[in-house]
Ligand binder design. Structure first.
Ligand code: NAP
Length: 248
């Protein structure tokens, strides 16, 4: 197989960054992929690109706000590498607070990235994968993989998370629909639903009493890479993973 092309959104921090690091660790098993990394902060991407290139992998970066240019990452990946084999969509935002205190701006900000951009990104990635020539030597009907990091909040309500839960339930709706298409078109749609993971998303909410109870980004990254490495005749459709003591 030629080197697969993998696009990772939200690659600069947290779970997305850990996925890039895990891919680098397992680069031979992953087929020495070409990586396209995107998020908003250029310095995060430059630092990670240097590490990926030091490990001998081809890597390009694209700083962008998905909320404004949701499909640009796909277009850029195709321009640069000619195809897209795997999309790992980790970019996401969270605004948390008492229901009566959340604002219209909180709602619009969250929906723009978590729902609108997620839909348009899924649509562009899916179109590309469906129409491109299969290069997999393992299964000639395998067109690609799309991994979305949703959340346990995509299926379980949490107080202080009305907008976040709404956006994640919406992602789950999209994924469940797309899986019906994906089964016919040879595209694995993988829904990753973590509980609390210690990442910059938590900011000051990661208080010293909570930190020891949280998972680490590499825990999630290992599961994602494991799912991608599963033989393409099998699809790990959902990964639900919580801290050992349950949700916070
Ligand atoms: P994080 O540490 O805040 O990292 C998020 C990454 O996404 C950052 O690189 C950020 O870029 C990028 N990003 C956010 N909005 C973007 C936008 N509009 N355009 C482009 N890039 C954008 O978050 P995380 O904890 O790794 O979360 C990753 C995903 O997992 C999210 O979808 C989150 O909802 C989900 N999740 C997280 C947890 C948790 O406990 N941490 C649990 C379940 C699910 P910049 O930093 O440059 O802005």
């Amino acid at each position: 197989m030629n080197s697969p092309v993998i696009l990772i959104t939200g690659a600069g921090k947290g779970i997305g960054k850990a996925v890039v690091e895990e891919i680098v660790k397992r680069k031979a098993e992953m087929g020495n992929p070409k990586l396209m990394l995107t998020s908003r902060t250029l310095s995060d991407l430059e630092n990670l690109q240097a590490k990926v290139q030091d490990a001998g992998l081809t890597c390009d970066i694209l700083p962008l706000d998905l909320a404004n240019e949701p499909s640009k990452a796909i277009v850029h990946t195709i321009q640069k590498f000619g195809r897209l084999d795997q999309l790992i969509h980790s970019a996401g935002v969270g605004r948390f607070g008492e229901f009566l205190e959340l604002t219209h701006e909180d709602l619009q900000f969250t929906m723009k990235t978590n729902v609108e951009a997620a839909f348009l990104l899924m649509q562009s990635a899916y179109a590309q994968m469906k129409n491109q020539k299969v290069t997999s030597t393992k299964l000639k009907s395998h067109h690609g993989d799309i991994v979305f990091i949703t959340s346990v909040a995509a299926e379980k309500p949490f107080e202080h998370s009305s907008i976040y839960c709404m956006s994640k339930y919406a992602q789950r709706g999209l994924i469940d629909v797309m899986r019906r298409y994906g089964r016919k078109d040879g595209i694995r749609i993988i829904d990753v639903k973590p509980g609390a993971v210690l990442t910059p998303m938590w900011g000051e909410n990661a208080t010293p009493d909570l930190v020891p109870k949280m998972m680490m980004p590499e825990d999630i990254a290992q599961l994602i890479v494991g799912a991608l490495l599963t033989h393409p005749r099998a699809s790990v459709e959902e990964i639900l993973v919580r801290p050992i003591a349950g949700d916070l």
